[in-house]
Design a protein around this ligand. Structure first.
Ligand code: ADP
Ligand code: G6P
Length: 460
């Protein structure tokens, strides 16, 4: 008998039409299969409240656990976003280990496991998402849960050396080995994860490719996440006056859309755009960068610092280059409706994705999906975004190299139509081959059988 799908993630959608990578993808999967989604209550740091609260339902049930203000600080802002996030994004210098962070992280995972255990019935399968819940399966196993449990890491897998920054480095492999399936974004992440197991004397490699760890065996595979390209393209193609979007079509528009996170390489991006403006000085040709960067995790010092740095660079560059009727960098520090975002993407001649490290980067896929295939814009993509593993016909750049990125902007804006079409067709093939529905279905079906199978990407 097949039971229901039980999903756990820290972030859970609260509205009827969720937006954003993880929530859109999982919403799609659960709408299809029905089931249960458990996540943190959207009211951050609510006072003590035990148990799960139903927050919304429809095709599936959504239940929320509550975090106390102390838990919010130590589990979410602390261990998840001041230790694991910088560690996985190659910023060991930003790792901030405080006594109590890991303890609270483990305590929240243990509590969520207890709440979840009551919801798991016979034949159910459990799908856990992201770095907030690495130890969840191990806690569920302690409670006697034998269901199949899968884990998907949306962010990069940390390099082996970086793991020793953790207060208890050996825990990482132990936590992951309690799952039946560990899914990662890229082949490179899979290699890093296997490298970790290879270096661990407690692990043994089986002939079917799985890893035996103590008395359990875990499969490790890549499942590159994607988007619902059709609906994004539909929204992008909606006609409307450009003035409504605040666009002057006499200018070349370059777009960037990212949470204001230090992993997204925004200061380098602005500097590269400044160099590009320098190279155009005196030619009379105008180009604008529209950067949409909503705030995120602002109580963490590194996020406040990146905001200050970016505002300083934008102010300086605008001071140097702006004219009475033209502001070259428009920087919007808030979210924008998805439909508006899609229309803006379609009108932009280039999109800048300059992450210094990134699990996949869905914005890259959204930009490609939004283009008119007859007259597409050009994606400038960091080599360090997971998306670059397959989107090899984007203009790939090293975001640390300001000159290279600046030259790529010029190349993108002046690229002949035929080359734009060729590059775009390849990238669009990748976007379609990794659509979000296939991503979720293939993870779930692999979790049910857990035998290493062929890559789920459709042949192009
Ligand atoms: P990350 O998961 O690190 O934030 P991704 O690029 O993978 O990065 O996913 C971000 C998602 O959030 C995308 O779907 C993107 O469209 C959406 N998003 C990012 N910035 C904004 C914004 N300002 N307004 C609305 N949606 C945004
Ligand atoms: C990334 C992470 C997600 C997270 C999202 C937004 O995509 O992989 O787990 O939900 O960023 O961050 P937030 O801290 O606001 O949930």
């Amino acid at each position: 008998m097949t039971g229901k799908l039980v999903v756990v993630s820290n972030r859970i959608p609260t509205g009827a039409t969720p937006s954003g990578g993880l929530v859109v993808a999982v919403h799609d999967a659960l709408t299809r299969s029905g089931g249960l989604w458990v996540g943190a209550h959207p009211d951050e740091g609510t006072p003590d409240q035990d148990g799960l609260t139903e927050i919304a339902s429809g095709d599936y049930t959504r239940l929320a656990f509550h975090l106390t203000p102390e838990e919010y600080d130590s589990y979410y802002l602390g261990f998840a976003n001041s230790v694991l996030w910088p560690l996985c994004h190659g910023r060991v210098d930003l790792v901030d280990i405080e006594r109590g962070f890991e303890e609270t992280y483990l305590a929240v995972n243990a509590r969520v496991a207890r709440l979840l255990a009551d919801q798991i019935g016979e034949g159910d399968i459990v799908w856990v998402h992201d770095y907030h819940f690495l130890p969840l399966a191990s806690e569920l196993r302690k409670l006697g849960i034998t269901a199949r449990i899968g884990f998907f890491l949306h962010i990069p897998f940390p390099p082996l050396g970086a793991l020793s920054t953790l207060p208890s480095p050996d825990d990482f492999a132990e936590w992951l080995s309690a799952y039946d399936l560990v899914g990662l974004q890229t082949r490179r992440d899979t290699a890093s994860c296997l490298e970790m197991f290879r270096a661990d004397p407690r692990a043994e490699f089986m002939t079917d490719g799985s890893v035996k760890f103590r008395d359990r065996s875990v499969s490790v595979r890549s499942f590159p996440i994607g988007i619902d390209a059709e609906s994004f393209a539909e929204a992008a193609a909606v006609e409307g006056p450009d003035a409504e979007l605040g666009i002057d079509m006499h200018e070349d528009l370059v777009i960037g859309v990212d949470r204001l996170d230090y992993s997204k390489g925004l200061p380098n991006r602005f500097r590269a755009f400044g160099k590009f403006l320098d190279s155009r000085a005196g030619t009379g040709r105008r180009a604008s960068l529209l950067q949409i960067a909503p705030p995120t995790r602002e109580r963490v010092a590194a996020y406040r610092a990146i905001r200050t740095e970016l505002e300083e660079i934008a102010g300086r560059l605008n001071g140097e280059h702006a004219e009475l009727d033209w502001t070259p960098i428009r920087y919007i520090h808030r979210g924008v409706e998805r439909d508006t975002l899609a229309r803006l993407h379609r009108r932009a001649r280039a999109c800048l994705v300059t992450s210094l490290a990134d699990g996949m980067n869905l914005v890259a896929k959204e930009y490609v999906a939004a283009q008119d295939p007859e007259d597409p814009g050009v994606l400038i993509l960091s080599r360090f975004a997971g998306a670059a593993e397959d989107m090899t016909e984007a203009l790939l750049v090293n975001p640390y190299d300001i000159d290279e990125t600046s030259e790529a902007i010029e190349t993108a804006i002046t690229m002949p139509l035929e080359e734009r079409r060729r590059r775009h067709a390849h990238s669009l093939g990748v976007v379609h081959a990794t659509n979000v529905t296939d991503w979720a279905q293939s993870f779930v079906s692999c979790l049910k059988t857990c035998t290493p199978t062929l890559d789920y990407r459709r042949a192009q």
